[in-house]
Ligand binder design. Structure first.
Ligand code: IPE
Ligand code: MG
Length: 247
C-alpha cells in the first residue's frame, strides 16, 4: 500500500492525513474482496525498513494501527474475517502486541476472508526466522533441507501462495515483501496512490490478472493440450478465478 504521503502532499495536507485516508482505503479493499469471494488478502502495512522514517511518523503509524485494532476488529469479526498479523512483533509495545493476539484469537474461527496485515515484516527476515526455527527443530537434517522443509516455518504457512500482487503508488519493486511466496505470483503495478485505490481499481487489477496465462514453467502448448494443467498453481491448488490478492 504505497502513496499515502504523496496523496496528502498533493492536497497540501500533512502526511498523517494521507495515512488516515489509507486506513479508509483498507476498509474499502476488505469489503470489496469479501464481495468478490476472494479468500485471502494480505496487506503490507509497515516494513522492517519503515523504522527509518522520522520518529514522529513512526509513532503516528503505530497509533493508527492501535486505533484500527481497537475500532475495526468487531466489524471485521461480524463480517467473517479471520485476522492475522505477520512480522517481527518484538519491536512493538506490549499493548499493541496484546491487542494483536486478542484480535487473532477472537477471529480465528472465521472463514469468509483471511486478512493478513504484514507489520514490521520483511521477506528476508521471514526466510531467516523460518530457517532458524527449522535448524532448532530438525537439526538432524542439516545440509539436506529442501523447500518443503522450510515452508511450514514461514510466517504465512497457513495461507496458499498469492495469485496476484498489487503495488500502488507508481513504484515497480517488491520492497522485501513476501519474497519466498511471490515466486510464481502475477505482478500488477498501478500509478494510483493507495488512498485512491478502490473497488473499481481492484476490478481492473483482477481483469489484468485474468488475461494472463500462468504456465508455472510449462509451455503454452502443454497447457492447451492438457486443459487441466491450466488449473494447477505452483502448489497444486485448483484456480478458477482470483482467490488470493496481496498488495
Ligand atoms: C504508505 O505510503 C505506506 C506506509 C509505509 C504506511 P507512504 O507513506 O510510503 O507514501 P509515499 O510513498 O510517501 O507517498
Ligand atoms: Mg512510499
Amino acid at each position: 500500500m504505497d502513496g499515502n504521503g504523496r496523496w496528502a502532499k498533493k492536497r497540501f495536507l500533512p502526511r498523517a492525513a494521507g495515512h488516515k485516508r489509507g486506513v479508509e482505503a483498507v476498509r474499502d479493499a476488505v469489503k470489496a474482496c469479501i464481495e468478490r469471494g476472494i479468500d485471502y488478502l494480505t496487506l503490507f502495512a509497515f516494513s522492517s525498513e519503515n523504522w527509518r522514517r522520522p520518529q514522529e511518523e513512526v509513532s503516528l503509524l503505530m497509533n493508527l494501527f492501535l486505533h484500527a485494532l481497537e475500532n475495526e476488529v468487531s466489524r471485521l469479526h461480524e463480517a467473517g474475517v479471520r485476522l492475522r498479523i505477520v512480522g517481527d512483533l518484538a519491536r512493538f509495545d506490549d499493548k499493541l502486541v496484546s491487542l494483536i493476539r486478542a484480535a487473532e484469537q477472537r477471529t480465528a474461527g472465521n472463514q469468509r476472508l483471511t486478512l493478513t496485515i504484514a507489520a514490521n515484516y520483511g521477506g528476508r527476515w521471514d526466510i531467516m526466522q523460518a530457517l532458524n526455527t527449522l535448524l532448532v527443530e530438525q537439526p538432524e537434517k542439516r545440509g539436506g533441507y529442501d523447500e518443503a522443509d522450510l515452508s511450514p516455518y514461514l510466517s504465512m504457512a497457513y495461507a496458499p501462495e498469492p495469485d496476484l500482487f498489487i503495488r500502488t503508488g507508481g513504484e515497480q519493486r517488491v520492497s522485501n515483501f513476501l519474497l519466498w511466496q511471490l515466486a510464481y505470483t502475477e505482478f500488477y503495478f498501478t500509478d494510483l496512490l493507495w488512498p485512491d485505490f478502490n473497488a473499481a481499481a481492484l476490478d481492473e487489477a483482477i481483469r489484468s490478472y485474468q488475461g494472463r496465462e500462468r504456465r508455472f514453467g510449462r509451455t503454452s502448448e502443454q497447457l492447451q493440450a492438457t486443459p487441466s494443467l491450466d488449473a494447477q498453481t505452483a502448489d497444486g491448488v485448483a484456480l478458477g478465478k482470483v482467490r488470493r490478492v496481496s498488495g
